[in-house]
Write a protein that binds this ligand. Structure first.
Ligand code: FES
Length: 81
């Protein structure tokens, strides 16, 4: 059974859809969103985003299956950077 599309609201207020399991960096690029990256291995934290209030590292994470709830993505501001 195919995954249904999940509604995503990005930090700039735009909305798009992605599939559960789609890598965050792929979904962001397709939706013309920029998520900063550095190591792309999950070790540096440059790509951290907040997904419905939970911080994840986008380079090693995928769009979660949330059903009809949708996802709000926020930027994580790191004061140490
Ligand atoms: S780019 Fe370094 S943790 Fe994702």
């Amino acid at each position: 059974m195919a995954e249904s599309a999940i509604s995503i609201q990005w930090p700039d207020g735009s909305r798009n859809q992605a599939r559960a399991g789609e890598p965050w960096l792929v979904a962001a690029r397709r939706c013309q969103q920029i998520i900063p990256t550095a190591c792309r291995t999950g070790s540096c934290g440059a790509c951290e985003i907040e997904v419905n209030g939970v911080v994840v590292r986008a380079c090693i994470s995928t769009v979660p299956a949330v059903g009809n709830r949708g996802i709000q993505v926020c930027r994580v501001e790191d004061p140490d950077w």
